[in-house]
Ligand binder design. Structure first.
Ligand SMILES: [Zn+2]
Length: 344
């Protein structure tokens, strides 16, 4: 065991004493919660209800839940947050956010970041569409846009291919991304796609009625681009501008109030650009959340680059939270390098 592993394991076991020593708090990101996972290889964004509730029970013992509005107030210097807080966020806008998560979380504060075009028409995110095609297709997959011809073989090979393809598409400019995705999806017949979509209902989105019901119940609703297009430096500035502005306009039109916070699609350091930061600064959004791992210290970190910690299993979440103090220096360095590059 490396020294860092020993230290994080020890910290994870210390629970509340350890968490209180770390400045700030942590913002966690989830996607969907379902009672039963049918195929974990496809439903990578879904957490089973018992696993989710185990996390909530543990978090409740060690942290104080706060809402994104409190994080925003701290980022703007209008309030201070005592250390030891946790903030729950859910990305994309999966139907289970309304159908399941709202009941499971009850009165606890949480936030939902929706890609507005997906709520408009129910189409699903690229990662799922690639996984369902590669894992359930037959024969040879051809993706001319990527110069790829790949026989769909054993399960391990398919899982690797799906992961590789999704990674490639994420970092393409919009037009090539759309062309490659159409070629991938064309491998399955419309009937086969419909069958698989019915089987994986967990990957479906809320409609606006459901989003409005969450907002009325006090859930913070934020933006996640219009079409979940990644706002990386390879994206045309006009595309970036449209993704940010349209998401804010659609949320304002449907909810009757302008959104204040945004979660970067994908959210890594490669998924953020100077054009996107400028577009956010010119929009109603006042804060943006990344998936760069680390503890959050709103007011001290750039407001367009707040870190978040991914979830998964409870032990993985505990390790992520324990590391946020040990890795504070690394996170701070990553944020300051990125902030200098993108002008955040
Ligand atoms: Zn997302």
């Amino acid at each position: 065991m490396r020294p860092l592993d020993r230290a994080t394991t020890a910290l994870a076991g210390l629970g509340v004493a350890a968490t209180r020593r770390v400045p700030g708090g942590a913002i966690l990101f989830y996607h969907g919660v379902v009672d039963r996972i049918v195929d974990a290889r496809v439903q990578k964004n879904q957490l089973a209800t018992p696993d989710f509730m185990k996390q909530i029970a543990w978090l409740e013992r060690h942290f104080r839940f706060v809402g994104v509005d409190e994080v925003l107030a701290a980022a703007e210097g209008e309030a201070t947050l005592a250390p030891g807080w946790i903030c729950l966020t859910f990305d994309d806008g999966y139907a289970s956010n309304h159908d399941r998560v709202a009941d499971l979380l009850g009165a606890r504060p949480w936030a939902c970041y929706v890609s507005t075009a997906h709520v408009d028409d129910g189409h699903r995110v690229m990662g799922y569409r690639v996984r369902r095609t590669v894992l359930y297709g037959e024969g040879v997959l051809r993706v001319p846009t990527l110069g790829l011809t790949a026989p769909l073989g054993d399960d391990a090979g398919r899982a690797k291919l799906a992961h590789w393809l999704a990674g490639q598409l994420k970092h393409l400019p919009r037009a090539r991304h759309d062309a490659a995705l159409a070629e991938i999806e064309g491998h399955l017949s419309a009937d086969r796609r419909a069958d698989l979509d019915a089987r994986f209902a967990s990957e479906g989105f809320m409609g606006w009625e459901e989003v409005r019901a969450l907002a009325r119940a006090g859930v913070h609703i934020g933006g996640h681009a219009h079409e979940h297009v990644l706002l990386h430096p390879g994206q045309a500035p006009a595309e970036v501008q449209a993704q940010v502005a349209t998401s804010a306009a659609r949320l304002t039109a449907e909810l009757g109030v302008a959104p204040t916070t945004f979660a970067w699609p994908n959210g890594g350091a490669r998924d953020v650009s100077a054009a996107a930061v400028a577009a956010l600064a010119a929009s109603p959004y006042r804060l943006a959340l990344t998936t760069i791992a680390g503890g959050a210290v709103p007011g001290r970190q750039p407001r367009w680059l707040l870190p978040r910690i991914g979830t998964g299993t409870l032990p993985a979440l505990q390790r992520g939270l324990a590391r946020r103090g040990l890795e504070a220096g690394r996170c701070a360095r990553a944020l300051s390098t990125l902030a200098a590059t993108v002008g955040a």
